[in-house]
Design a protein around this ligand. Structure first.
Ligand code: HEC
Ligand code: HEC
Length: 280
């Protein structure tokens, strides 16, 4: 900030201080909520295969109220190196190990701010009482989908299953490889490699809002439900995965053109052969 005395305006700068403090006060709860939601995403991606928060034990214990039943330093030590805590004979960790059939939780590589976000999420869920937090389905990784989820995404994309809030099917404006002979619309970009290009981090917020200039008008009042966002993401992740590195749309077009010429050439040969044979 340029509020030093050499500006010649020290008084004005001093006048700003209370405003900044006020802003910090207003912003603090928002920051807390944000880190809880980051924690929720992290939980879905890294912990939810083994844990729930309020929906009962799975491979590991239900973590509902974990920050209340243990102290934070213990939780941090346990999450980052459960093996070491168990091996040093910690009674709680060993009781858990026994209770969970000797399955050892793998060590988790997490930065301090990621741990902070997880704790904010756990504390938030504990406040919500029994039942805790259902993790947001939209936060699950697109690449972790079952084939049913991918199939549902395709139906939603093509419009054979209607979007719950009445938004138009994506197919009207977007094409994707393998969408039948006629293909999808061309008003929007081809989405075959959109997931490969944008990744989980780009795709998730985009589907949550669909607020690009063209799509905002259509989906502002008809947003996708979380399960729909997930199914569509899973479908786009699936179509973008063909083992090769993402091609650009133009390469794809050329490939299509070459393929078509090859087919026409073949038909020409076959046709010639046929007419020659037909001649007396
Ligand atoms: C592969 C399964 C698995 C994954 C993934 C996993 N855990 Fe665990 N977790 C366990 C098991 C099993 C236990 C019980 C202790 C043991 O047997 O190691 C446990 C115990 C815990 C405990 C102690 C619970 C209590 O009641 O004191 C905490 C806290 C915990 N896990 C947090 C996490 C967090 C946070 C993540 C994600 C970053 C995570 N775990 C990922 C399996 C897992
Ligand atoms: C009315 C036409 C239209 C519909 C319907 C539509 N889109 Fe789009 N979409 C566009 C356009 C145009 C763009 C390019 C950005 C812009 O101009 O708004 C775009 C951009 C995108 C992008 C970013 C692509 C990139 O490469 O950056 C994604 C992902 C996307 N749309 C997904 C969807 C999904 C999923 C649906 C269905 C729920 C959908 N779109 C429905 C027109 C549409």
């Amino acid at each position: 900030m340029r509020t030093h005395a050499q500006d010649g305006r020290p008084r004005r700068a001093r006048g700003l201080v209370p405003v900044i403090q006020l802003l910090a006060l207003v912003a603090a709860p928002v920051a807390g909520a944000q880190s809880a939601s980051q924690g929720a995403t992290l939980f879905t991606q890294r912990c939810a295969t083994c844990h729930t928060v309020g929906e009962g034990d799975r491979v590991g214990p239900d973590l509902h109220g974990v920050m209340e039943r243990r102290d934070e330093a213990w939780v941090t030590r346990f999450i980052t190196s459960p093996g070491a805590v168990i091996d040093e004979g910690d009674p709680v960790a060993n009781a858990l190990l026994k209770q969970f059939n000797g399955i050892r939780m793998p060590d988790q590589q997490l930065a301090p701010e990621e741990l902070g976000a997880l704790y904010a999420f756990f504390r938030d869920c504990a406040k919500k009482g029994p039942g805790g937090c259902k993790p947001s389905p939209a936060a699950k990784m697109g690449t972790d989908a079952t084939s049913e989820e991918v199939a549902r995404g395709r139906r939603l994309f093509e419009g054979t299953e209607a979007l719950a809030k009445g938004g138009p099917a994506c197919f009207g404006c977007h094409d994707v490889r393998g969408l039948g002979v006629a293909g999808g619309g061309t008003l929007g970009p081809n989405l075959t490699f959109a997931f490969a290009r944008m990744g989980e981090r780009g795709m998730r917020p985009l589907l949550a809002k669909l607020d690009t200039p063209m799509m905002a008008a259509l989906y502002a009042k008809a947003p996708l439900e979380e399960e729909e966002q997930y199914a569509l993401k899973a479908y786009l992740a699936d179509v973008s995965r063909d083992g090769s590195k993402p091609r650009t749309d133009r390469d794809f077009f050329y490939l299509g053109l070459v393929g078509m010429l090859a087919v026409l050439g073949f038909m020409g040969v076959a046709f010639n052969a046929h007419t020659k044979r037909g001649q007396p």
